[in-house]
Design a binder for this molecule. Sequence first.
Ligand code: FAD
Length: 468
Amino acid sequence: MLEFDVVVIGSGPGGYVAAIRAAQLGFKTAIIEKYAVMGGTCLNVGCIPSKALLDSSEHYYNAIHHFEEHGIIGGKPKVDLEKMIARKAGVVEKMNGGISFLMKKNKVTVFHGLGSFESANVVKVSQTDGKEELLSAKHIIVATGSKPTNLPFIPVDKTRIITSTEALKLKEIPKHLIVIGAGVIGAELGSVYARLGSKVSFVEYADGMIPTMDRTMGKELQKSIAKLGADFYFSHQVTGAENKGKEVVVKAKNSAGEEVEIKGDYCLVCIGRKPYTEGLNLGAAGLQTDERGRIAVDEHTLQTLVPGIYAIGDLIRGAMLAHKAEEEGVFVAEVIAGQKPHINYNLIPGVVYTWPEVASVGKTEQELKAAGIAYKDGSFPFKALGRAVASMDVDGLVKVLADAKTDEILGVHIIGARAADMIAEAVVAMEFRASAEDVARMSHAHPTYTEAMKEACLAATSKRAIHA
Ligand code: FAD
């Protein structure tokens, strides 16, 4: 039996960050990862590879549609999909190496194999070479993440009816990609193939894109994605999908109850993700999952019902986001060290990496309405920004929601170029409980996209945007 202070199961952004922070705090730490590479969903089949393909497809799209207008004349570029996918794989591999380096640097012992509970403080590692190792620890952090979810009547065969994982390594550009689910992942991967020339059809149960975000964002994003030639079947409930060889047929019912049939050559199922606990043998530790497959945790400590066992990331309640998992990784290590850390879940930003990007933090307009909170709003369009006109990225806007009485910023919703980076200003402002007027009075460099944030704050505080 090998003894550690802290054992982490799972090396995604939750697990590996927890391991580093635990080691920084002086704990003898081990991490267990069932795959040969570290980094979890985010690095291997999530955030990083999807962004690599989003960037490549955006370069291609710009080369075809915008270079000439910029005065750049050349032959018509072609897509070498194999090379594009290989570059993506190279990016992932580089980052895999980075995590291994960080484990060594922080003296975290890495075990590759399936981790399963033997008891509340012993974890067995079943290594790929058949060897088994028993690790005991006073503190165990479960960070086993999530897997794509599916509907029982959609036979995901991973060839024509695929999940996000297969969409990141297709061998050909689909002629017609049917995306079931127009949430964050569906919108991102759908836009990749739409830019590469696929016809893309989104079939979505809700009445708009990215339905959990502020409704203005969904409407604006739909306008941008429609420009790529995509079409939308909103308020449609999928009833089946069939792989007919080279053709996929998706059936859905519209709000009038009529059946619609959509034919394509690939169908990407993006209807969400579910917590992953297979093989963990939770019962041996006295743990169980709830009706949604999650492990319940104490709000103040992220400790499970069993003392000494903690759970973080996609496995527990809250947004399934890498940076949320990372915050929880740090949090839990600090709790174990006896510190009193804090996470402001209201200020975890959400981002969609389409182009234009969408980024959001705090309350949406529909949430404020539902909670009966009186608010003021101010918006500023990108098309009125010098920087956006110069680069031809004029689609989008910043929308600021502020408390009607106190002017405190309650929510910021951005769609536009570089929204993913711009949202950091809103997070900082809101963490310090800034008013819209506070931000409006701060100097923002000219010409930048961030001027839209200042102008939207001017509009929110007292309808006094300068350039609109
Ligand atoms: P995971 O990253 O899922 O890691 C869990 C790890 O545990 C895995 O490596 C798994 O192999 C391992 N494991 C499981 N069971 C065992 C076991 N019994 N023993 C040993 N190891 C085990 N989030 C963002 O914030 N930004 C994005 O841009 C973004 N893009 C995404 C794009 C796609 C296509 C997808 C699918 C997801 C995206 N996400 C994004 C979500 C993000 O990937 C997850 O929220 C994040 O990875 C969750 O981290 P985690 O540490 O909880 O779990």
